[in-house]
Design a protein around this ligand. Sequence first.
Ligand code: WTA
Length: 639
Amino acid sequence: MDEAYSIGLGNNDTITRKRASQDYIKFWEEEASKLHWFEKWDKILDWNPPFAKWFVNGKINASYNALDIVVQKNPQKNALLWEGENGERRTLTYGELLNYVCKAANSLKSIGVKKGDRVTIYLPMIPELVVSLLACARIGAIHTVIFSGFSSQSIRDRIYDSKSKVIITADGGFRHGTVVKLKQAIDEAISDFDFVENVLVYAHAKIPITLGKKDKIWADLINNASEYCEPEKLDSVHPLYILYTSGTTGKPKGVLHGTGGYLVHLYSTFKWVFDIRESDIYFCTADIGWVTGHSYVVYGPLMHGATQVMYEGALVFPTPARIWDLIERYKVTILYTTPTALRMFMKYGDSLPNSKDLSSLRLLGTVGEPINPKVWKWYFQVIGKINCPIVDTWWQTETGGMMISPVPGLETISLKPGSATMSLPGISVDVVDENGNTLPSGTKGYLVVKNPWPGMLLSLWEDDEKYKTVYWSKYKTMYYSGDYAIKDKDGYFWMLGRADDVLKVAGHRLGTAEIESGFVSHKSIAEAAACGIPHDVKGESIIVFLVLKEGVTPSKQLEDELIQHIRKMVSPIATPVQLYIVSKLPKTRSGKIMRRLLKAVANNENIGDVSTLEDESAVDEIQAIFNELRQTIQRNQIK
Ligand code: WTA
């Protein structure tokens, strides 16, 4: 665990960290002054635990900081170098992007969208997705992006919760050579939602669609919209967006982010972690449907006037060399991707990346899951050619921006493969026990954040109580992240995955409860328990234990039907690798499924105290299944 890699890229700014540790509130104020504010705040932080208001009464606009500020200096600078899966290419300069955003903002206004209204965005990774977020931000509408891999039932729940007045979608998007029918999914999801007034449809895949009376063609509105849209001067705590994410209940949580604090957090972390320079070509492979795309495709890079590659589709299509082709073609200097993607690339062998010119790369990043030391080293040696520092960035949808990461833009530190290193300046992270006491180095515990930070969520959408319960009830004065971690003797953090019932499947966050309620909604299923097992590429994969309703007989046909059902109810991402029909689930006497136990058995850990179990034979049945599974799991693991 202690092996260190020293890499000499980085500055030697000892002052920033020192200032941050002396007074983190004052420190964030200095960082905030680097952004454009229409009016300055009169208080840096109003901390009414667990609710934080940063830069109180400051007036700001996210799209103004992300576009106008850059355009005033250099309107010709390329913002997006976009490539579609089918090879289509588009380039947008900052000047063009601002113009497009203004037209889109005026289009939204023309159909009655006002400050505070919610707009759901369900688009593939195309420039219009970036434009839509920024257009909402420009007029103070709250965007709520739904990942285009989610299916109609998941879309339906999210749109219902946010009561979006307008939806922006496309006819379809491309993925692995097939067309995903987005407009059709929206039609199915909202057929009885009277509160949805308009659906804007961008013609991307050029497939036939049915147009109803709420539908409007994107191009028609844009072509008629005027060229400039005055940015709204918004309160620093005005909600910028809702992003739904999985938690421990069946219903996804609407994480609510504000504007001023969030932007400050992104501005600073993007600069420190990626050491961004004028000449960089940055490429983050995350979809904007997830928080990484919101923070480090849209707001962070654009506020720095970065030029970035944006790609729609699978990184291994039409050949597994696609990712390396993109890096070679666009001379990418910074690559930010996920351990899952890296494990997949690694499987195809070294000859593919070795056959391409990757010499433009100077910095590599990862996010979303723990990275195996073996994969880290491969990234460092084969992709970075021992020249590029790796920034392993730990953060969450709720934190808004990075919290733990090396910061080559500030300082040189020794990297340790598999560790995200230390917390960022101004961020106070720790590992504690059940009672909130700091643990000695080398002891596994819960990762917490001890002070408020600018990018932190405002709350959960229309659910302050749940916000308090989920994040602030285990420890009253510290933010509970839901992650396990260890701090080593040098103060480096090692992430050990989730401590709750959240899975990370291919880097995507999924709640076991969400998967289970998907299964239980099928007419043949009485009970379901989902569980993650280690997977060599995806990090985790899902297995599900099902109890059938009385009179239902198991069959291959039923299993196929159940798989189709979950794909439709949640997402293809939620497809289990295996279904197990069992006669009962391990439950406490009060009837709660003991997931802790499933997880322990799945991970070959001691199952601990089972005295509260209603019927131990349920464990025996599941234990027998796992015993068979274990050998396969072990064979597949990359260490
Ligand atoms: C996990 C993604 C280890 C963690 C930005 C966290 C990580 C969850 C890392 C949040 C990392 C994220 N190393 N684990 N570098 N980054 N995670 O909300 O379990 O999709 O709680 O945000 O991903 O996932 P989310």
